[in-house]
Design a protein around this ligand. Structure first.
Ligand code: ADP
Ligand code: TRP
Length: 325
């Protein structure tokens, strides 16, 4: 199965919510022999205010995280969106198969444009965002696209645009594959340590989340401060099962709840060790990857992705009537 997905470099920290809610699916898809194209959506990141040095730093750091987690290899192309110019090329062609009204009713656009400040206004990139995303997906003839529910609407729109394009130009002998959303069965929603009624998020402050590469002391301290009302406790136990062997009976929710009944401090101590150990291999691998190696992997990903992208682009150009010279 051909899989495509992207991650916006919104920070240089991957927390356990990101991992179990999103990254884990990519790893599972890669490990089950699919043909994966995963990229860092650095062009999408430009729709937000971000300092150029910061963007470059984040992109490298995220790439390093993903490489440490094993997200590259023969069946897994890891690359930067901006390194494959066909993404923006195809986006332009898709603008003519998309309706203004559709873009205007996108929830993310509405939310982000409401948040825009008076001085900056709403940039047109925010409006075009879903079209670039559609290009990201259609360029590789993706069959399945793992995304979180917040991106579901954009995927629906991608399908709609692809159908419209196929209707208009399909007679020319080329059609876009209509991509399906990939919804994980295991995927979890990890809640904030400090306010378990909300999902764990960088935006809730650093005590609310645990970074997957944090050191043991930091993890211990954060867990020690974690709320243990019924909701908080449920969250901690759920995290415990996520970092446990799913086949081990001793790690089932009920067994854990019983084992640590009224022993919240022991639960927190054990959980800290489990989280730390769960990411131990990736952590030590990450420490050994140099920036040069990251660039090399991204470059090879770029070459691979460009080859695929160019094949599609030539067919698309042909069916819309752009003359090849
Ligand atoms: P944050 O809210 O920390 O800024 P992002 O919005 O950058 O995280 O999320 C990146 C990805 O991680 C998304 O696909 C999202 O669905 C997933 N994700 C984020 N937080 C959680 C969470 N607490 N539980 C499960 N998945 C999450
Ligand atoms: N918009 C997605 C997000 O914020 C990232 C993204 C960009 C993406 N292009 C994509 C995801 C293509 C899947 C497919 O999470």
């Amino acid at each position: 199965m051909r899989i495509v997905s992207g991650v916006q470099p919104s920070s240089d920290i991957l927390h356990i919510g990101n991992y179990f809610g999103a990254v884990r699916q990519w790893i599972d898809l890669k490990n089950t022999n699919n043909e994966c194209f995963f990229f860092i959506a650095d062009l999408h990141a430009l729709t937000e205010q971000i300092a150029p040095e910061e963007l470059e730093k984040r992109v490298l750091s995220i790439a390093k995280d993903y490489i440490a987690l094993g997200l590259n290899g023969p069946n897994c192309t890891l690359f930067l969106q901006s390194s494959v110019p066909q993404h923006t090329q195809l986006m332009w062609l898709l603008t003519t198969s998309a309706a203004m009204g559709d873009l205007e009713r996108m929830t993310q656009f509405k939310e982000k444009s409401q948040r825009a400040t008076k001085e900056d206004g709403v940039n047109a990139g925010l409006f075009m965002y879903p079209l670039l995303m559609a290009a990201d997906i259609l360029l590789y003839q993706a069959e399945q696209v793992p995304v979180g529910d917040d991106q579901f609407q954009h995927l629906e729109l991608t399908r709609e645009i692809a159908r419209r394009f196929n209707y208009k130009f399909g007679k020319g002998g080329f059609e876009f594959k209509i991509p399906e959303p990939y919804i994980s069965i295991i995927g979890g929603r990890v809640m904030s340590l400090t306010d378990p009624s909300k999902k764990m998020s960088k935006s809730l402050g650093s005590d609310s989340y645990i970074g997957i590469f944090e050191d043991k002391d930091a993890i211990k301290k954060k867990l020690a401060r974690a709320v243990t009302d019924p909701e908080g406790l449920k969250n901690l136990i759920e995290i415990y099962t996520m970092v446990s062997d799913p086949t081990d009976e001793a790690d089932l929710i009920e067994t854990i709840a019983k084992k640590y009944e009224n022993k919240f401090n022991v639960l927190k101590e054990d959980l800290a060790s489990k989280i730390f150990d769960y990411f131990a291999d990736a952590r030590s691998k990450r420490a050994q990857i140099t920036d040069e190696e990251v660039v090399e992997i991204l470059r090879s990903g770029m070459n691979n992705a460009q080859k695929e992208a160019q094949e599609t682009m030539e067919k698309v150009n042909r069916v819309v009537g752009l003359k090849k010279l």
